[in-house]
Design a protein around this ligand. Structure first.
Ligand SMILES: [Zn+2]
Ligand SMILES: [Zn+2]
Length: 310
């Protein structure tokens, strides 16, 4: 199967994934947002849990409010103090959050701070989030979805806006590891491989990344076990890049985040259209493994290891 590099590049550049990731910006923003789903509401709580510098945290809380993902509500008048609550737009991201939780449980390195298990209030049982097709309700294997590319012209020339922020000095320890190792570029590279880019030059063209930066990123991903490479059987000068079990497992998160960006953020159709074997365009839904009901943020109770032992 030959790869249409131009089509793939245009589809990736205009994808809701690329623009959604661009809007969310850096890993701190994602972590502050994920903290919300773990019940963090106040400035000091984030600071304590994430070990995030004050100025960085105020900056991220501001950008999350601008994105209409957090809403500030005063809980004390003198001195004035705010608590930050997730908006409906943020709650719509819950399927992606569950997929990230699942991935971190399977592949993440630091597990202690994450809830060990999740309990569904509706059925009372501890469950595993299951990705399903909204149209037919059946469980979906993301690797078996058919992908169709239809670049969205309105989004091709609109550069994905990435919120620029001061770099965090290395050595700062984040207590919550969620999303730290899987940044925006890793997710875009994984998506490019899924779309059929297996060679260095293809990845470079499709992602618009220069050779030295790309080789550093690919090496980093291989070191984390997110990519696997081997010498091409047909041309020993080339290497061929493939997904690993852990990066294949990221597809659930990628699909959920793309769908969120399409329906709740950009309000533009996705340029990468997945179709389920039932024949419908695949819209992800995350359901409870016990009762098969769709999971909503307020119906899920985190169960922490320590409390479990007590
Ligand atoms: Zn289906
Ligand atoms: Zn349930």
């Amino acid at each position: 199967m030959s790869l249409d590099v131009d089509l793939t590049r245009d589809a990736l550049v205009s994808s809701t994934l690329s623009h959604g990731l661009g809007a969310l910006g850096d890993r701190w923003t994602v972590q502050v947002l994920l903290g919300t789903f773990m019940g963090l509401r106040r400035f000091e709580q984030w600071q304590q849990e994430l070990g995030i510098p004050r100025s960085t945290l105020s900056n991220r809380l501001r950008s999350l409010q601008q994105l209409d993902l957090l809403k500030a509500r005063a809980y004390q008048q003198r001195p004035l103090r705010h608590a930050y609550h997730p908006t409906g737009k943020a709650l719509a991201m819950y399927p992606a959050v569950l997929m990230m939780w699942l991935w971190e449980r399977r592949w993440g390195r630091i597990r202690v701070e994450l809830p060990a298990q999740l309990q569904h209030r509706n059925c009372g049982r501890r469950f595993t989030p299951v990705l399903a097709c909204r149209a037919c309700g059946e469980e979906a294997e993301v690797t078996r979805l058919k992908l169709q590319l239809r670049p969205v012209s309105a989004l091709i020339h609109l550069k994905a806006r990435v919120s620029r922020a001061p770099r965090i000095p290395q050595g700062d320890t984040a207590h919550i590891d969620l999303g730290l190792r899987v940044d925006r570029w890793s997710l875009l590279i994984v998506t490019a491989v899924v779309l059929g880019c297996h060679y260095f030059d293809q990845l470079s063209k499709v992602l618009g990344i220069g050779p030295s930066v790309l080789s550093r990123r690919l090496e980093g991903m291989m070191a984390y076990g997110l990519l696997h490479s081997e010498v091409d059987r047909y041309d020993a000068r080339r290497r061929i890049y493939r997904l690993t079990d852990s990066s294949r497992d990221l597809l659930g998160y990628i699909v959920c985040l793309s769908s969120w960006a399409e329906h709740h953020h950009l309000h533009e159709p996705s340029s990468i259209i997945p179709t389920h074997h039932c024949g419908h365009v695949f819209v992800p839904q995350v359901i409870c493994s016990c009762c098969r009901e769709p999971l909503r943020a307020w119906d899920v109770k985190p169960v922490y290891q320590a409390r479990q032992a007590a």
